[in-house]
Design a protein around this ligand. Structure first.
Ligand code: NAP
Length: 307
């Protein structure tokens, strides 16, 4: 007797990210063998937020694995905006540095948008500079934010059909929800190779009933909110692909901390066709795309120098 499971296929982001790391490792070796300097990433952290430290640690570990040089600059919480902008400026001007990122969030006395715009577009490996976001909105080549690019890559490498399909993006932040919705709806024949889906964007002011209605119509649901349990089984069309970007640190019954997403995973996996876990879904793909962006930035800078 054969038993078949109706459970969703779990998209293993960790495994996919490892595969991408080995592809990037080969790409980098070839770039260096051609006489180019080893790509170099600078990460800047302001303050002592343990989550930010952990994220930067993961990024520098990935650099090491792939062969990218990395440096982390840790600045005290009391750093002024002017002091931070000065550190960024030095990295912008340092020709040995190919990529610069400031781990977000920055302390409240520093304006995040000013900081994102201060990193020159060519070295903005997080893709948050207004030039890179603007280029993405206009379907022009640039550096695409790592998390949205990670979601796009997850969908593509899992062969999830998107052309003409209905997608819902829950969350409209400038760093995640907005660029994600651009990648999902934009034209696949243009430079950014969008996914040609019909996209609905939901946010804090989308009434819960409407959110459920839009989600139920979706072939693809991508949630980037930070509210555990927001997406429940009754909101998901059977067979839909559910991508969970959310990360929230919660305590379990035993008082142990764990990371959870925005989707009620155990319930939703009973109806969805595909689903990403948290952790092990979008998170590792974000790191892999940051590595990809760093190599892309180094290659573009080398080509510009040669011209
Ligand atoms: P954010 O800036 O706080 O944005 C959250 C978005 O969710 C906002 O657009 C907000 O709407 C919307 N929202 C809030 N409550 C909602 C509700 N009840 N229904 C629908 N939408 C609602 O956060 P973010 O930076 O985009 O990050 C979102 C989540 O993804 C967080 O949990 C973060 O930790 C996680 N994240 C994960 C990765 C990864 O690699 N896996 C990377 C980045 C972020 P308004 O705009 O109206 O306020």
């Amino acid at each position: 007797m054969r038993f078949t499971s109706n459970m969703a296929q779990i998209i293993d982001g960790k495994n996919m990210a490892n595969q991408i790391h080995s592809e990037l490792c080969k790409e980098l070796s070839q770039f260096v063998a051609e006489g180019n300097p080893v790509p170099h990433l600078t990460a800047i952290i302001v303050g002592e937020d343990p989550a930010s430290q952990k994220y930067v640690e993961k990024k520098t570990e990935a650099c090491k694995k792939i062969g990218i040089r990395s440096r982390t600059i840790v600045l005290p919480e009391s750093t002024t905006q002017a002091e931070l902008l000065d550190v960024i400026d030095k990295q912008n001007k340092d020709e040995s540095v190919n990529g610069v990122l400031v781990q977000l969030p920055v302390p409240a006395h520093i304006d995040e948008r000013t900081v994102c715009n201060a990193i020159i577009a060519a070295k903005d490996v997080d893709g948050f500079n207004e030039i890179n976001i603007g280029r993405l909105a206009l379907d022009m080549n640039g550096i695409v934010p790592a998390t949205p690019l990670g979601v796009k890559t997850l969908l593509e490498r899992t062969n999830i059909p998107t052309f003409g399909r209905n997608a819902v993006v829950v969350g409209r932040s400038k760093n995640v929800g907005l660029p994600l919705s651009i990648l999902l709806h934009s034209d696949g024949s243009h430079a950014t190779k969008g996914l040609d889906a019909t996209v609905t964007i939901c946010h804090r002011y989308t009434p819960a009933k409407e959110l459920a209605k839009y989600c139920r119509q979706a072939d693809i649901i991508v949630v980037a909110v930070g509210k555990p349990g927001l997406i429940t089984k009754d909101m998901v069309k059977p067979g839909a692909c559910v991508i969970d970007v959310g990360i929230t640190r919660v305590q379990d019954e035993a008082g142990k901390y764990k990371l959870v997403g925005d989707v009620d995973f155990d319930e939703v996996r009973q109806v969805a066709g595909h689903i990403t876990p948290v952790p092990g879904g979008v998170g590792p793909m974000t790191v892999a795309m940051l590595m990809q962006n760093t190599i892309l930035a180094a290659k573009k800078q080398a080509a510009d120098r040669a011209n």
